[in-house]
Design a protein around this ligand. Structure first.
Ligand code: RIB
Length: 297
C-alpha cells in the first residue's frame, strides 16, 4: 500500500449553484446552496485514501462546528489526523464557491490554515519519513510549504508541489520539488512569466520536472527533453471543483508505477471527479477508477 503524507489546507466549502456568474455589484438568484468538505490539502488526502493509499494529513482546523465536522469527515475517509491541530479561538478555513457556466469561482478565507507552522511540519518528521510521496499546496503559509520541501529533501522523499493558489516563490525552493504540478496560469505566475507565453516553453524553463494540467485536454509532463501529452478522458462535467486535487492525489499514489502510468491514471481519476457535485463528491474509489480505465482501454 502506497503511503502518502499531505501537508495542506482544510476548508468547509460553501457552494452556490447558479445559471451564470454575477457581475460586480449585481445580485443574482442562485439555484441551490450546499456545504461540503474541501480544502486542497484535505481533498488530496481524501482522494488518495479512496484510491487505496495509507494517508496522513498535516494541517489545522478551528475550534468551531466546521472544525468538528471536517475532522469527522476525514476520519470517516480513513485519513490519519494525528498531526491536524485544533486552533483555539479561531475559525476553520472556508471557501465560498460559485459553480456556473461549467466553471467555478472560489474565494478562500484561510482561518486556521494560516496557523500551520514550520514547527508543526517538523514535528511530523517521523510520519513524513515513512511516506512514499509527500504532497503540499499553497493554501497554508509559504514558510510551511518551504519547511515541507526542505524536510522532504532531507529525508530523501519525493515532494509533489501543487502550486495552487499560485504565488511567486524563490526559485531555489522549486528545485527541491520532485514534481511541480501547476496549470498553465499557475506555472506562469510561479516563474514570473507572461501568462500568455506558450506552456511548453515555460515547462522547459521550470527549475524542476513539471506535470501540467490542462483540464479536459488532459496533462503534459516533462522530466527532460520535450514535454509529452497525455490526453484527457471525455466525461460529462458537473462540477470541476477538486479535479486538480484528485489529479495530484492519483499522481502521488501511482508514482511507484512510473510517471507515464501515474499521469494517465491521474487524468482518469480527475475526469471521474468532475462527474459529481462537490470537491470530494466525485473522487473515485480504486475499483471505480480501475473499471473506468478498463472501459477506456
Ligand atoms: O481545489 C479545490 C479547493 O480549493 C476547494 O475545495 C476549496 O476549499 C479551495 O481550497
Amino acid at each position: 500500500m502506497t503511503r502518502v503524507v499531505v501537508v495542506g489546507s482544510i476548508n468547509m466549502d460553501l457552494v452556490t449553484l447558479a445559471s451564470r456568474f454575477a457581475a460586480p455589484g449585481e445580485t443574482l438568484l442562485g439555484e441551490r446552496f450546499l456545504t461540503v468538505h474541501g480544502g486542497k490539502g484535505a481533498n488530496q488526502a481524501v482522494a488518495a485514501a479512496r484510491l487505496g493509499a495509507q494517508v496522513a494529513l498535516v494541517g489545522a482546523v478551528g475550534d468551531d462546528a466546521f472544525g468538528t465536522q471536517l475532522r469527522e469527515g476525514l476520519t470517516r475517509e480513513g485519513v490519519s489526523l494525528e498531526h491536524v491541530a485544533t486552533i483555539p479561538d479561531c475559525g476553520s478555513g472556508t471557501a465560498s464557491i460559485t459553480v456556473a457556466e461549467g466553471d467555478n469561482h472560489i474565494i478562500v478565507v484561510p482561518g486556521a490554515n494560516a496557523r500551520v507552522t514550520p514547527a508543526q511540519v517538523e514535528a511530523a518528521q517521523s510520519v513524513l519519513a515513512s511516506a512514499d510521496a509527500i504532497l503540499v499546496q499553497m493554501e497554508i503559509p509559504l514558510e510551511s510549504v518551504e519547511a515541507t520541501l526542505r524536510l522532504g529533501q532531507r529525508l530523501g522523499k519525493p515532494v509533489i508541489l501543487n502550486p495552487a493558489p499560485a504565488r511567486r516563490v524563490p526559485t531555489d525552493w522549486l528545485t527541491l520539488a520532485r514534481y511541480l504540478t501547476p496549470n498553465q496560469h499557475e506555472l506562469a505566475i510561479l516563474l514570473g512569466a507572461d501568462t500568455q507565453e506558450d506552456f511548453r516553453t515555460l515547462m522547459q524553463r521550470a527549475p524542476a520536472p513539471v506535470v501540467l494540467t490542462r483540464g479536459a485536454e488532459g496533462a503534459w509532463y516533462r522530466e527532460s527533453g520535450e514535454p509529452i501529452h497525455q490526453a484527457g478522458f471525455p466525461v460529462q462535467a458537473v462540477d470541476t471543483t477538486g479535479a486538480g486535487d484528485t489529479f495530484n492525489a492519483a499522481l502521488a499514489v501511482f508514482l511507484p508505477e512510473g510517471l507515464p502510468q501515474a499521469v494517465r491514471k491521474a487524468c482518469a481519476a480527475a475526469a471521474l471527479s468532475v462527474t459529481r457535485l462537490g470537491a470530494q463528491g466525485g473522487m473515485p474509489a480504486r475499483a471505480e477508477l480501475d473499471a473506468f480505465l478498463a472501459r477506456a482501454a
